[in-house]
Design a protein around this ligand. Structure first.
Ligand SMILES: Nc1ncnc2c1ncn2[C@@H]1O[C@H](COP(=O)(O)OP(=O)(O)O)[C@@H](O)[C@H]1O
Ligand SMILES: [Mg+2]
Ligand SMILES: [Zn+2]
Length: 550
């Protein structure tokens, strides 16, 4: 097919949108791929929609390849389904009513809907099933950002697997995982598969696909030797060993007037900050105060604390602290505290300085297990200077975008929604589910983040809106038309810039901005030699090719 720029809606802009920070936001708007309707709500223009559909097609092909079946389930969803699984109260949920007062939600994702349909699976003979659809999701995101990166309405490809047992679920999970690897590869995206937090989804484990990009919201930790990749929220990496002072047989009180920070303390006592400990008193949702204990030079990773507590939490207030410890913040420690102490794994070995629960005093030589009985957990945030837990190698920290997320849901949804089947042994069992999501719009933005230069986008050929951009310069319309026809006959999708009112410079600037992989320039010289300039958008390489050779 040949699309003519003179007829298309191609609203390119020379200036970045004022509010844009992410490169993909700037370039997708300037290239005329998307337009904002309201905060977090974006329309895809014809050009942007072509890219979205190519990404969708890649996803579709890779899922169909292993036997997944495409559905379409409604957006409007009876709230009862979400009440059954306990998700009706999620703050991101849009709620609405019909004229008779029946209540609905706009789904964040479709687990409930597909678990509902999963009730029709009656026998083990029908399992496994792999179902997916491309459907709109609405999320009342508190902070939409970055153009297509975090929006309030988007199409997701969400897939659901149904299995009879754990081995089946594992197999279904692997099939989707392998398909995801191929999908991102075909989209030209560099991604890493990492252990992830399951958040509001529940289940027994999940993996994220992270695409490194300066505009991401995740931090990806990888080993220089390629044997470790994790999201910082769950990364368990190895901190540098502390320089411990001489060992003590029992904790020893030391006066530390005015030393309320680790920095003050380590200077005053002349000890390595890594040989001190830091108290983080927190209050769980049920009101219990728990003492979190970290190495002095570490920071708390909130997601890990959340997992360790199994509950939401907040920092304790000064009043709560004085009531529980009898001392001011800055002098708190585990000895003498009668609530639960959760200590980071880095405190397992060695003696640390700890608060004495007496304002202005600390204890030297405090040893876990000998002097207090903590529950150990991984609480610390992984950071620069840590080493790889697999090989000891150096770690790299990169900002990244989550482009895909796959979950082992187990019976989190099929349980409450009662999706059961009759197994071979004649007993009734609950179906085990998995769910698998990709946002093609976010993938599009991530591709732009990874493939651009100062002039514009450089689409990988697999997802480009057109295959070839034919630029007709003044006086060469006819031969340009011929070149376009030849390319069309060869099966290429052609964008022909036949605008009579645009100068050569404008046409080249638009071609660089829009980023179609191959540009064919037809000018007056072509009339003489019957040849055109074929330019690769990514490498900048240019060749003179006979029109008949296109
Ligand atoms: N607000 C959003 N805007 C654009 N795409 C999104 C958004 N939220 C999720 N996605 C896409 O859907 C996929 C699956 O989402 P999910 O893991 O349920 O989201 P989250 O981790 O944000 O809760 C994500 O990996 C991403 O590709
Ligand atoms: Mg996610
Ligand atoms: Zn390693």
């Amino acid at each position: 097919m040949i699309a003519r720029a003179s007829k298309l809606f191609l609203p390119t802009l020379r200036e970045d949108p004022a509010d844009a920070e992410a490169v993909s936001h700037k370039l997708l708007v300037r290239g005329g791929f998307v337009r904002q309707l309201a905060t977090g709500l974006w329309s895809f223009t014809p050009l942007g929609w072509r890219v979205q559909r190519r990404i969708e097609q890649i996803i579709r092909e890779e899922l169909d390849a292993f036997g997944a079946q495409e559905w379409l389930a409604p957006v409007l969803t009876p709230i009862e389904l979400w009440e059954t699984t306990g998700r009706a109260g999620i703050p991101e949920l849009f709620r609405l009513q019909d004229r008779t007062g029946r209540r609905y939600i706009l789904p964040l994702t479709h687990e409930e809907t597909f678990a509902f349909h999963g009730r029709e699976l009656r026998s083990y003979r029908e399992l496994p099933q792999w179902w997916y659809h491309f459907q709109t999701k609405d999320r009342d995101e508190p902070r939409p950002r970055g153009g297509l990166l975090r929006v309030r309405e988007f199409i997701m490809k969400d897939a659901y697997s149904f299995d009879r047992d754990a081995a089946g679920l594992e197999h279904s999970f692997r099939l989707h995982e392998q398909a995801y690897v191929r999908i991102f590869e075909r989209c030209g995206l560099e991604t890493y598969e990492v252990q992830a937090e399951s958040g509001i989804m529940g289940g027994s484990g999940s993996m994220d696909f992270l695409a490194p990009s300066a505009s991401g919201e995740n931090t990806l930790v990888t080993c220089e030797n390629g044997d470790f990749a994790a999201d910082i929220e769950v990364a368990s990496t190895v901190p540098r060993p502390p320089a411990f002072p001489e060992r003590l047989d029992a904790p020893q009180e030391v006066e530390t007037p005015g030393a309320t920070t680790i920095d003050d303390l380590s200077k005053l006592l002349d000890v390595d900050p890594a040989a001190t400990s830091k108290a983080m008193p927190v209050v769980k949702a049920d009101g219990t105060l728990v003492l979190g204990l970290l190495r002095g030079d570490d920071r708390l990773e909130e997601m890990k604390m959340l997992a360790a507590l199994g509950s939401d939490f907040r920092p304790a207030t000064e009043d709560e602290i004085r009531a529980a410890f009898g001392a001011d913040p800055g002098s708190l420690g585990p000895i003498g505290f009668d609530g639960e102490v959760i200590a980071d794994n880095a405190l397992r070995e060695g003696q640390f300085v700890a608060g004495a629960n007496r304002t202005g005093w600390h204890l030297l030589g405090v040893e876990a297990a000998r002097d207090f009985e903590p529950r150990f957990a991984d609480l610390r945030q992984s950071r620069e200077g840590d080493s790889c837990p697999t090989c000891g190698g150096r770690l790299r920290f990169q900002v990244a975008i989550e482009v895909g997320h796959i979950f082992k849901l187990e019976t989190t949804y099929s349980g409450p929604l009662e999706a059961r089947f009759l197994d071979e042994d004649g007993t009734e069992k609950t179906v085990l589910m998995g769910s698998y999501g990709i946002g093609p719009g976010r993938v599009m933005a991530a591709i732009v983040e990874q493939h651009h230069d100062e002039l514009g986008i450089r689409w990988p050929a697999s997802v480009a809106p057109y295959d070839v951009h034919v630029v007709a310069l003044a006086g060469a319309d006819e031969i340009a038309e011929r070149a376009a026809e030849r390319l069309d006959a060869a099966g290429k999708a052609v964008l022909l810039d036949d605008r009579a009112d645009a100068r050569a410079g404008e046409k080249f600037a638009d071609a660089d901005l829009i980023g179609i992989p191959v540009r064919v320039t037809v000018g007056r010289k072509s009339l003489e030699d019957g040849a055109v300039d074929v330019r690769d958008r990514t490498t900048g390489e240019e060749r003179r090719v006979a029109v008949e050779g296109l």
